[in-house]
Design a protein around this ligand. Structure first.
Ligand code: TXD
Length: 319
């Protein structure tokens, strides 16, 4: 059977880590695409030279030519700029949107059957631009954020309860920003909801609130430590879990930025919600019942996503 072909658009910190994980997990062949001359070729060559040691057989190609995307089964997009001194958020929005547009047009041209995972920030707007410009069906265009935010929440909880991360389940919904909604009621340790663990005195509401806050600011915590960039190991693992669920038809339930058509009272917008990812892409949007307080937090988050999308539309129309 032919190996899957996975195109990675952007060969920076996340792109390189994605390629490494694909090799180690034997998920398929890789085309690492970047506009920096020589860099994707150099990284691909370095990565494939680890294959005899790690014992994987695959074809890794570095490229700056969109035609090499031809026939890709999965495309993971991390291309874009990070904010630099002197750049406003608007500048970043427009710059990254024009990169995503170009990538989207080439996806449409060379691999319109692919499953596309967008990672570039500002995430919820960029995934929207990708779907609109590529014209791919919305169930094959998703954004990665919730898996990462949930993983951070899970890790912090495992520290608090001093148990394996494997036995902690956590769910984060909403937009990818400070308004994201970590759901305490639906997060469990060994199957026991956090709310019960608070009630039985095994932790306190204050401690859980502090963990929720740390989760919301998880990306910023790493940026302020690294100083020159943002998180990349955990973001790469997160995007790989989504690609893996699609390629292996695992039907995992993962929190992703997905196109809503009325679910949670939201229409025609990409927002982070739990979805089932299988061989057809997003096969189902899971609607968890939210209480009043949770719905209110979710609505605030949706509003933040909506306002960035409309800010983008305004800026674009002024161009
Ligand atoms: O949860 C999430 N979604 C995120 C998102 C978590 C962490 C980081 N997140 C965002 O991912 C971050 O704000 C960035 O927008 C992307 C990529 O992060 P990364 O850390 O990989 O950034 P790098 O190392 O700067 O890599 C970006 C690469 C770089 O090599 C550029 O040369 C390349 O993108 N680039 C392009 N590639 C292809 N095509 C075009 N046009 C292009 N422009 C720049």
């Amino acid at each position: 059977m032919a190996r899957a072909k996975i195109a990675l658009i952007g060969g920076g910190n996340i792109g390189g880590t994605l390629a490494h994980l694909i090799g180690l997990k034997r998920l398929g062949d890789v085309v690492l695409f970047d506009v920096v001359e020589g860099m994707p070729q150099g990284k691909s060559l370095d990565l494939i030279q680890s294959s005899p040691i790690e014992g994987f057989d695959a074809c890794f190609t570095g490229s700056s030519n969109y035609a090499d995307l031809k026939g890709s089964d999965v495309v993971i997009v991390t291309a874009g700029l990070a904010r630099k001194p002197g750049m406003s958020r608007d500048d970043l929005l427009l710059t990254n949107a024009s990169i995503i547009k170009q990538v989207a047009q080439n996806i449409r041209k060379y691999c319109a059957e692919a499953f596309v995972i967008v990672v570039t920030n500002p995430l919820d707007t960029m995934v929207w631009v990708m779907q609109e410009e590529s014209g791919l069906p919305a169930h094959r265009v998703v954004g990665m954020a919730g898996v990462l935010d949930s993983a951070r929440f899970r890790y912090f909880l495992s520290e608090e309860f001093r148990v394996s991360v494997e036995d902690v389940f956590a769910m984060v919904m909403g937009g990818h920003g400070d308004t994201m909604v970590p759901l305490i009621r639906y997060s469990t340790v060994g199957g026991i909801p956090l709310t019960e663990l608070i009630e039985s005195g095994q932790t306190t509401r204050e401690k859980i609130e502090a963990i929720v806050e740390r989760t919301r600011k998880g990306g910023g915590e790493i940026v302020s430590l690294l100083k020159t960039g943002s998180a990349f190991y955990a973001p790469a693992s997160s995007a790989i879990s989504m690609a893996e669920s699609y390629l292996l038809n695992k039907r995992r339930i993962l929190s992703c930025a997905a196109w809503l058509t009325g679910q949670y009272g939201v229409k025609d917008l990409y927002v982070g919600v739990p979805v089932v990812i299988g061989e057809k892409g997003v096969e189902k949007i899971i609607e968890v019942r939210l209480n009043q307080e949770e719905q209110k937090m979710f609505d605030v988050s949706v509003l933040a996503v909506k306002s960035l999308v409309s800010q983008f539309r305004d800026l674009q129309s002024r161009e």
